[in-house]
Design a protein around this ligand. Structure first.
Ligand SMILES: [Zn+2]
Ligand SMILES: [Zn+2]
Length: 162
């Protein structure tokens, strides 16, 4: 008997899913898919997209691909079926510690380019691509497609949810 997502969330199982590590939940999902046809189909419909060759003709080659990926530029998860030239906002160049205050206040520190310094002195870290700093413009100065790991190509082909 299926139960509602609310009921599941309120149960011990719901809490267990929230508290287990990603690795454990992935392992459970994989073995659930291997054991149950229904779970397999459901997971596939949610997690796999289909890429159709440029022209959407009948008989065009269809390739199944993972639907979600983490963008190498903005480091956010995105859906390949809704990825457009405006989806991603990022800085193409790294941010460097440049603010004088950073050096003045931390002259005895060995390392100033740390996560903690970035949080404490965001205005002292500027991006090489623009004049933006971590305080004024942490998001980015250009818009583009989200980029998948291990791919230098822009998505020329169109991906769709199954
Ligand atoms: Zn920039
Ligand atoms: Zn992105």
């Amino acid at each position: 008997m299926p139960i509602s997502e609310e009921t599941l969330q309120a149960s011990v199982l719901g809490r267990a899913i929230d508290e287990a590590s990603n690795e454990t939940v992935r392992a459970v999902l994989k073995s659930t898919c291997a054991k149950s046809d229904e779970a397999h189909k459901e997971a596939e419909s949610r997690l796999v997209a289909v890429i159709t060759d440029a022209k959407d003709e009948p008989g065009a080659a269809k390739t199944p691909v993972p639907r979600y990926a983490v963008c190498v530029n903005c480091e956010k998860e995105f859906d390949v079926t809704t990825n457009t030239k405006k989806s991603c906002r990022y800085h193409p160049r790294k941010c460097e510690p440049t603010g004088e205050e950073l050096w003045d206040d931390n002259y005895d520190e060995f390392e100033v380019d740390t996560e903690e310094m970035r949080q404490d002195f965001p205005h002292c870290f500027t991006f090489g691509c623009c004049d933006g700093n971590l305080e004024d413009n942490p998001e980015g100065c250009v818009n583009d497609f989200h980029e998948e790991p291990h791919s230098n190509e822009k998505p020329a082909k169109r991906a769709r949810a199954c």
